[in-house]
Design a protein around this ligand. Sequence first.
Ligand SMILES: NC(=O)C1=CN([C@@H]2O[C@H](COP(=O)(O)OP(=O)(O)OC[C@H]3O[C@@H](n4cnc5c(N)ncnc54)[C@H](OP(=O)(O)O)[C@@H]3O)[C@@H](O)[C@H]2O)C=CC1
Ligand SMILES: CC(=O)C(=O)O
Ligand SMILES: [Mg+2]
Length: 586
Amino acid sequence: MSKPEQTAQAALFVSSTGSDLLANSLLNKGTAFTAEEREAFKLKGLLPGRIESLQQQAARAYHQYNSFSEAINKHIYLRMLQDANETLFYYLLEQHLDEMMPVIYTPTVGEACEQFSEIYRRPRGLFISYPDRHRIKELLDNVDHQDIKVIVVTDGSRILGLGDQGAGGMGIPIGKLSLYTACAGIDPAVTLPVMLDVGTNNPQLLDNPLYIGWQHKRISDHDYDAFVDLFIEAAQTKWPDVLLQFEDFEQQKALPLLQRYRQQICCFNDDIQGTASVTVGTLLAACKVKGEQLRDQTLVFAGAGSAGCGIAEQIVTQMQAEGLTQAEARSRIYMVDRQGLLSSDMQGLFDFQQQLAQSADKLKHWPVDSTFISLADTIKFSAATVLIGVSGQPGLFDEAMVKQLHSQCQRPIIFPLSNPSSRVEAVPSDLLHWTQGQAIIATGSPFKPVKLNDQWIPIAQCNNSYIFPGIGLAVIAGNIHSITDEMLTQASEVLAEASPAGQSAGENPALLPALDDVFELSQTIAFSVIKVAQSQGLAAEMDDSQIHHAIKQHLWRPRYRPYQVAKQALDQVYAETFDNECKQQK
Ligand SMILES: NC(=O)C1=CN([C@@H]2O[C@H](COP(=O)(O)OP(=O)(O)OC[C@H]3O[C@@H](n4cnc5c(N)ncnc54)[C@H](OP(=O)(O)O)[C@@H]3O)[C@@H](O)[C@H]2O)C=CC1
Ligand SMILES: CC(=O)C(=O)O
Ligand SMILES: [Mg+2]
């Protein structure tokens, strides 16, 4: 019998025993409970006799994982493992992040959201339904671990590029928070996925007898706003320092919610700000490959929603940092939405779109019907060099458009960023074939390297998952009270610096660091973001070595800790952060 793995970590004081302990995913060690622990915690007989190490358990779990051929079944398996034993789940992810990230995150998480009601097994996170709006405090009190530091919240209204998924959208906060832990070492005990279940306008869900959510049309306007207010107030009262990540809210809600709450609670919108940060970082890396600057580019966006306008605004900031005036920067960015190229004389634009619209006077000189300027015409008459897809429309970038773009510049930058893979505007192999391998590509979901002329071309995954875990780590380790645009700009600079482009030779270097390096990268982002926060008076005062120490202190690693019986009826996994806070306050 091999010796079970124990680490040098301090013991945890645990009060649960027997099947309660085994049912607690944060504390459960399964067959890795030692002989002494089995005695002390009344586990004798509840587990098979053999005592295993974490590695042995992981080998079995990987074997089981591989017995499923379809990605959705692998997803279901991993989610069950997460609900049974989080240490083992994260250890397995650590060993196979490259392979498993597409299964717990995009693209498979999209399918999991669409089928959420059918594949639902065990509860995770908090569902706050509109009919419970007057009981939100009580619902928060029902969360079994009470020291929450990061919440990812959605209302399921725009899940990836898949539209309204109602309560099934919960798959996204669960997936995002898994990445907080896997990519930045955030303790899973301090994270909480939240679904604001305000109904759904998806007819299939309204008709589905298995639907797990509130089977009602979405509430809107004042009722919706008042409901979100109630949630924010309750969350902030209970967890004043919590970081709130808004995720996958539909276009008309995303920016207003951010604007309403960003001065009130430490929050950011991942689709607007996290996406802008990763995309500008990746664009900077792509420009390095071309030996140019971002200010030299002319950019066309397909999709003028949360992601598109968020990215565009950060490009304006970056171009200004590179020496352009704001007007010059804006004149280089063309936003094409469903109604064609946005121009200043269009009716019904949102404010955030209006400020990115091109001047109607300028467009008058284009030889096109100005009532609808198509994506193809915009690419051609703007003389674009960069094409970014955030429309959720599969196949939107066709061969003619891409060849036109290529005719205008030797190395076009093309980022079809829509998720999941089924919604991508063009697949990398087509883009490379249409441009004889000259396109510099990044996608939102993962794509395999493409073989062209005996050369393998890596495809970068430009996804906000490179950014938000590091931001979360910064907030927790640096005690940051508010997230500013400057912090996200800093994160994007760190990402660009870490890009292998510019460091390695060759025409097609990887644009972004490998997933294996993301854990380190998140710490570097966290450090830089804390420094910016300090300079803005928004973080704890610490010198550089204290910041590094604070970051290390907050890294949770999936390893079993030895357990001792607690005298009080409180499991230390929940209690120790309270203890630390009490000590700090003294
Ligand atoms: N890679 C990454 O990290 C991220 C990727 N994304 C992806 O980007 C996509 C968009 O997200 P988001 O901006 O939040 O969604 P939004 O709904 O806010 O924006 C999408 C926009 O695209 C427009 N659109 C629809 N069809 C077309 C078309 N044929 N041509 C041009 N525009 C069109 C929509 O118009 P209308 O409203 O009229 O339909 C809408 O304005 C999603 O697929 C999402 O998964 C988002 C965040 C991060
Ligand atoms: C990645 C992401 O946040 C999205 O597609 O919505
Ligand atoms: Mg999102």
